[in-house]
Ligand binder design. Structure first.
Ligand SMILES: C[S@@+](CC[C@H](N)C(=O)[O-])C[C@H]1O[C@@H](n2cnc3c(N)ncnc32)[C@H](O)[C@@H]1O
Length: 390
């Protein structure tokens, strides 16, 4: 049995048992869902909650007092993979942000191939272009945004690289034909359904080498994640999109401004929810879509009017911001207390999703490696799954 299978079984058991910890929807809760944690969680004020949530080790140690099996999941540590020797950027790299430049260089440092390359969901093909610069035989980049394809093609032509674009939908069946046995297929930050298609097509075509850094697990076609591996189908956690978002909620290492905006956003979303429950007479949480941060720089009443319009509600003539914001305070603490517990499952859940893919590739006859390809300061999505046919 491979180490991935062992870890996967261990995590499946733990996550199944702890379902009541990671599944609650914090915004929909009106009370803490865990009687045994009510007193210790209520003893934490907002500053203490924020400080603990920001310190993963301390938060895990705190929760382990009531969840003694949880550290086992966090003790599964993945290896750091290769890094580029330096991030000095040549003239042709101008226009690529510093963090993206580090990511693609680190990703490329892990790829050793003599095969032509297929780059999946390539954007402007920055990774493909770097690989072509580094001597790849030929690079084909698949991307559906025609503008990005045209820009990528122009950059490749200027450098006279063997790098071409296919402008097509990765989810069309025809895209499967791009995968060949004698090939290295790469995908940097491909979202949910796109990375699932990448793995399915690559395995079906017996593509020699696969390298994937997944992101946005919740962007899938169905309502629930369908495990790829046969073992995952037996141990299925029935993850819905809400649970699939949990690993993506890691706090970006933002400064004070980012923290302040997050605080305002949380408060305003909850204050609006209080307002809409009063307007509709329905005690149900009504989620708002994501919105531009500039909406947070005005007054709450303007935000509430915008939100009412989004939800086809008629706002009251006068919106008493102070009243609704005060109502949001108590709920904000409840949300933070629930999230302090849920966040301790971000790592186990993401690992479970990665291990399902690792086990799938092993089932398909690949030798698999899983680790971190770049430093956390470059991106929170830094897992690299690599597979080579034996
Ligand atoms: C997160 S970006 C990653 C881009 C690039 N790999 C990188 O790391 O810079 C995802 C890319 O996938 C493309 N994309 C999204 N859906 C697609 C689809 N159905 N078919 C092809 N490309 C798609 C987007 O246009 C975008 O360029």
């Amino acid at each position: 049995m491979s180490i991935f299978t062992t870890y996967f079984q261990q995590l499946s058991r733990l996550l199944q048992q702890a379902r009541g910890d990671w599944q609650p929807l914090p915004f929909s809760c009106t009370a803490l869902p865990w009687p045994e944690l009510t007193t210790p969680l209520n003893a934490l004020d907002e500053d203490a909650l924020d400080a603990l949530d920001a310190n993963s080790e301390a938060a895990l140690a705190w929760l382990s007092q009531w969840r003694p099996e949880l550290p086992d999941a966090h003790n599964i540590v993945l290896p750091e993979r290769s890094r580029a020797p330096h991030y000095a950027n040549p003239r042709w790299s101008s226009g690529i942000g510093g963090r993206k430049w580090a990511q693609i260089n680190d990703f490329a440092a892990n790829l050793h191939t003599r095969h032509p390359i297929l780059e999946w969901c390539a954007g402007k093909g920055h990774l493909g272009r770097l690989l072509a610069q580094q001597g790849a035989l030929a690079v084909t980049s698949l991307e559906w945004n025609a503008d990005l394809c045209a820009q990528g093609e122009q950059l490749a032509n200027r450098l006279q690289l063997p790098h071409k674009f296919v402008c097509a939908n990765a989810l069309d069946e025809a895209a499967a034909k791009l995968f060949r046995p004698q090939q290295a297929a790469v995908a940097l930050h491909a979202c949910g359904e796109l990375h699932l298609a990448f793995l399915r097509h690559g395995a079906a075509a017996h593509t020699q080498q696969l390298a994937l850094s997944p992101c946005c697990y919740h962007l899938i076609a169905g309502q629930h994640y369908q495990p790829l591996s046969a073992l995952g189908q037996q141990l299925d956690l029935q993850l819905d999109r809400h649970s699939l978002r949990l690993p993506l909620q890691q706090q970006a290492t933002g400064g004070e401004r980012v923290r302040r905006l997050r605080h305002i956003e949380l408060t305003w979303r909850l204050a609006f929810d209080e307002l809409q429950q009063w307007l509709t007479g329905q005690a149900n949480y009504l989620p708002l879509p994501s919105f531009p941060k500039r909406l947070l720089s005005g007054d709450f009443s303007d935000f509430a009017r915008w939100a009412c319009e989004k939800k086809s509600l008629t706002p009251p003539a006068v919106i008493d911001s102070q009243y609704w914001l005060a109502r949001a305070q108590a709920r904000r603490l409840l949300v933070k207390r629930i999230e302090l517990v849920r966040h301790r499952y971000q790592y186990p859940l993401e690992l479970w999703l990665l291990l399902d893919k690792a086990v799938f590739l092993e089932e398909q006859g690949y030798q698999v490696q899983l680790g971190y390809f770049t430093d956390a300061q470059h991106t929170p999505r830094r897992y690299l799954l690599q597979a080579e046919r034996q």
